[in-house]
Write a protein that binds this ligand. Structure first.
Ligand code: SAM
Length: 281
């Protein structure tokens, strides 16, 4: 726990100049833009790194980040800065649309499907996609896989472990909870682990969405790129959309976050639902 005195001490040490230098570094490494007003948040999050490294000031921390040997610390920095809020079946209408498209493609005779959760956080989003896919595309008849990527190594680890607290699974329908989760008791609290038959359909990889091109070739049927573009400036966002366009098949679907609606819709897409776009084929 951060004690009050220490928190103030660290907060006070983050001068506008150091904040601006750290922001520049974070933006260069991840595309994440830390705007004015985020100083306290950054101070609190980086305060933990200072303590872990035994450093006394943000100035020392910045100097350390700028040394050649700080590759691992850059990973910790991005882990600390990134906001990982997510939930199962977040924006539930997206999963209804996904369900409908999978039915449509299945009825047209498609047998192979590739999906991507581009900023998967701790796995709730790609596992929600997997539950829907498994409902529509029974394993023996269809070949489907999901790639989950993120810049934070901490959340990728959580995605692979795939154990969620009682509070985290509250959005999961009761029948899905029984079918796709194993009840586990860790200490006095219930927790729920994704069953291995579903887990094995997903693979998790580290990927920085601000560094283009990506090592995938596509074509992808569905891309979820939700609640991450809000952290980027327009240059990174436009380049990312171009890369997603390259990877999606004609007729493929892109889901973005509710607050990320593509106001200047690229000509390759048409709107097919709330914050949902189909690549024109
Ligand atoms: C708010 S969460 C969104 C999770 C999920 N997509 C959802 O909508 O519930 C944002 C995620 O984007 C990731 N992220 C931020 N910058 C990134 C980047 N440059 N490349 C890849 N992932 C990034 C963060 O680590 C975090 O897990």
């Amino acid at each position: 726990m951060l004690d009050e005195g220490k928190s103030n001490f660290f907060d006070a040490g983050l001068s506008p100049e150091i904040f601006s230098n750290i922001s520049r570094l974070v933006c260069e490494k991840s595309g994440i833009e830390l705007h004015e007003g985020k100083e306290s948040l950054v101070a609190a999050r980086l305060g933990r790194r200072l303590r872990a490294l035994g450093l006394n000031s943000y100035d020392e921390y910045l100097s350390y980040l700028l040394t050649d040997g700080a590759v691992v610390e850059i990973v910790h920095l991005l882990d600390a800065i990134s906001t990982n809020v997510t939930s199962f079946f977040r924006e539930a209408h997206h999963f209804e649309i996904l369900h409908n498209y999978l039915e449509l493609w299945k009825n047209k005779g498609q047998r192979r499907f590739r999906f991507w959760s581009a900023a998967c956080s701790s796995g709730e989003e790609p596992y929600s996609m997997a539950m829907i896919a498994n409902e529509v595309l029974p394993d023996t008849l269809f070949d489907w896989r999901i790639l989950g990527t993120d810049i934070s190594t901490k959340v990728l680890e959580a995605s692979e472990i795939a154990v969620y607290s009682q509070g985290k699974v509250k959005e999961v329908p009761e029948d899905f909870l029984k079918k796709y989760f194993e009840l586990k008791q860790i200490s006095s609290e219930n927790s729920f682990e994704i069953k291995s038959f579903l887990k094995c359909k997903l693979v998790f990889k580290w990927l920085n969405l601000s560094q283009i091109p990506f090592p995938m070739t596509g074509p992808l049927d569905v891309v979820f790129c939700r609640n991450v573009m809000i952290y980027f400036g327009s240059r990174v966002r436009d380049a990312l959309l171009k890369e997603i366009t390259r990877l999606l098949k004609p007729g493929g679907i892109l889901f973005v976050g509710a607050s990320e609606c593509l106001s200047s819709l690229p000509s390759d897409f048409r709107t097919v639902g709330p914050s949902t776009y189909e690549k024109i084929g």
